[in-house]
Design a protein around this ligand. Sequence first.
Ligand code: AMP
Ligand code: GLY
Length: 422
Amino acid sequence: MKIMVVGGGGREHAIIKKLKENKNVEVIFALPGNGGIAADATCVPVKATDIEGIVEFAKANAIDYAVVAPDDPLVLGAVDALNAIGIPCFGPEAKAAIIEGSKVFSKDLMKKYGIPTAQYEVFTDMDAALSYLEDAPIPTVIKADGLALGKGVIIAQTRDEAKKAVVSMMRDKAFGKSGDRIVIEEFLTGPEVSVLSFTDGKTVVPMISSMDHKRAGDNDTGLNTGGMGTIAPNPYYTDAVASECMEKIFLPTINAMNAEGRTFKGCLYFGLMITPHGPKVIEYNCRFGDPETQVVLPLLESDLLEIMMATTNGTLAETEVKFADKNACCVIMASGGYPTSYKKGFEITLPAEVAENVYVAGAEIADGKLVTSGGRVLGVTAVAPTLKDAIDASYGMVEKISFEGGFFRHDIGARAMAAKEA
Ligand code: AMP
Ligand code: GLY
């Protein structure tokens, strides 16, 4: 089979490595891929948001199955466009991807169908939002409606900060049109859990749970990033929490999307907070998480391509989805300065004995050498029987890898270890 994977980060690298395990896969094209993915797939210089380019390539190369991994092409309708020329795809159509594409849509969906989430108000008028903030409980959370590269959420600790966030989104258009509508919501507390799930629109199969580490610095200090590391499974996601989530969140969400005529197929990501009042949805993503995928897929024992095709064909209920009873840890190595400005083009020292466990996010090949080309550069994943062993093994590999100015968090998994010991 000829497979095409749209995207070019660490998540896509993890997906590609897993797809390669299927013996029917002859070739995988990555659009655009990256310098590290090039070791596992044929990279094609077509941007993930170039829907026309993607469709043209797929047609010209008689692609048998496509995987659209990032949010923007899904929201832009890449799956619809590929389906229209008869190419089956993993991922939701645009009308279902809206569950991530519009926070207003997802909040209204949860309200309408009684799915637990933070209380909220929607505003299209800046003055109305500002006057609401005069009496709103603080801290409060301000969210731009549309996609904002993961940066459209501001947790305001003071009334003043909240007002500034509203002005920057609605008047100054910090996130462009994404800020035309905003959500102001209740600030929730509790540990966060990421649960990615496979769904064919009828059956929903949660994958092993995970925990992201979003801040740039140790002990959750510094700016928010795209994710500095992950562990799986997440110790806060107990069996009791899992069954409550299935009953109150996962199945109701799949049913709600069907009832709205927006059947979701692909990977539906539940960003959950385990609050003192039970699990609540912080966000939905219409795709695999990054860097959650880099710990979840290495633990998958079943065949990823078969599962993906089952979500497309509606046969997920009959398909085996089995995870190893082990732990995984992924430490992200980033460019100095990330998530603000950073320099690129530094050569990466990546010994062969660790390369197998590295998912490349931001690197390219220049003069035959692997050099940095993004903020998050590499994800280094270890799988082991215990979480402690996975953490130690992952950091052991990180010590062997280097590039100028590179940094990483030293405490990936520390909170999970503390929770296990508590
Ligand atoms: P999101 O982009 O929706 O994932 O939000 C980014 C991060 O902001 C989440 O992972 C949470 O840590 C935090 N967050 C979002 N909404 C809330 C909320 N209502 N209460 C507390 N924290 C939140
Ligand atoms: N790790 C969070 C996300 O993929 O959005």
